[in-house]
Design a protein around this ligand. Structure first.
Ligand code: A2P
Length: 276
């Protein structure tokens, strides 16, 4: 595994495991244990995914040492606000059966309370209950507003990012601010960009899968990813990215696929909605 170093010195795995929902699979614990055996050590979840209890049970049953893995959680929209976030965090710890998180994010920007939510995250960080704090789905306008009051610079921003929506403008802004970009839905929602003809021709050229081509492209751009697969072979592929490279020209060929096509509504459309 390769790591990116966050602005507070914490190392984050370059590839983590995206959240599998209990409703998606009959063998939840087996899927996660396979991911563990394959080498995944970052497990991403969120209060709104409804899988924290199952994840906590697996972690308890599997008996993996806590310091061996990295857990990311997210504050749901309905949990935003200072006191609300502090109690949501406790609930998340209880459900995950742990006494700290490695990374805690605000899931979506929500205009009124996000300053208060951020203050709660800063408090949790100061108390040593979370090793890094960050954001998800915050674009430049949301970041600029948050930073007028934030005492701690966010360490991570987790954003929709895949070839058809490379989010390059926000990426460049994050780079300037020293915030690590992490991609959700890196393969396009449901893996829909895996069949793109440019990606397919590159997969043939490098003798890799289309998923590997996309994930390597993101890694070369300095973007951390959390691909999700319930299949052991594909889990293996998605982590085998580090002993080969795309040429700069091939990287640019994927850059050119950008067409501003989101798989979910823009963050501003979720701004005041209690969607998550
Ligand atoms: P599977 O679990 O059968 O591997 P999402 O965008 O919701 O995170 O979903 C990712 C989708 O991409 C899943 O349907 C997953 O299906 C599929 N997938 C993940 N990795 C690969 C890969 N390397 N090749 C093909 N499909 C993949």
């Amino acid at each position: 595994m390769k790591y990116f170093t966050l602005n507070n010195g914490l190392e984050i795995p370059a590839v983590g495991f995206g959240s599998v929902l209990e409703s998606d699979v009959a063998n939840f614990e087996e899927v996660y244990e396979n991911a563990w055996s394959t080498g995944y050590r970052l497990f991403d979840t969120a209060a709104s995914y409804g899988n924290q209890i199952a994840l906590g049970k697996w972690l308890k049953n599997s008996d993996h040492a806590r310091k061996e893995y990295f857990l990311t959680g997210k504050v749901a929209q309905s949990e935003q606000g200072y006191e609300e976030t502090l109690s949501a965090f406790q609930k998340t710890l209880t459900e995950l059966q742990t006494d700290y998180l490695d990374l805690y994010l605000i899931h979506w920007p929500k205009e009124k309370p996000f300053f208060e939510t951020w203050k709660a995250l800063e408090h949790l960080y100061d108390e040593g209950l979370v090793r890094a704090i960050g954001l998800s789905n915050f674009e430049a306008n949301h970041l600029d507003r948050l930073l007028t009051k934030a005492k701690i610079m966010p360490a991570v921003d987790q954003l929709e990012t895949h070839p058809y929506f490379s989010n390059h403008v926000t990426h460049d802004y994050l780079e300037k601010l020293g915030i690590q970009h992490q991609a959700w839905s890196p393969l396009g929602h449901g893996g829909q960009e895996l069949t793109d003809s440019v990606i397919k021709s590159l997969a043939e050229k490098y003798d890799k899968s289309t998923g590997q081509i996309i994930l390597r492209w993101l890694y070369q751009k300095g973007v951390a990813t959390i691909p999700k697969s319930t299949n052991t072979n594909r889990q293996k592929q998605n982590i085998n990215l580090f002993d080969w490279a795309l040429t700069p020209r091939d990287e640019q060929l994927i850059d050119l696929l950008q067409r501003g096509e989101r798989v979910m509504g823009a963050p501003d459309e979720n701004y005041s909605a209690d969607r998550w």
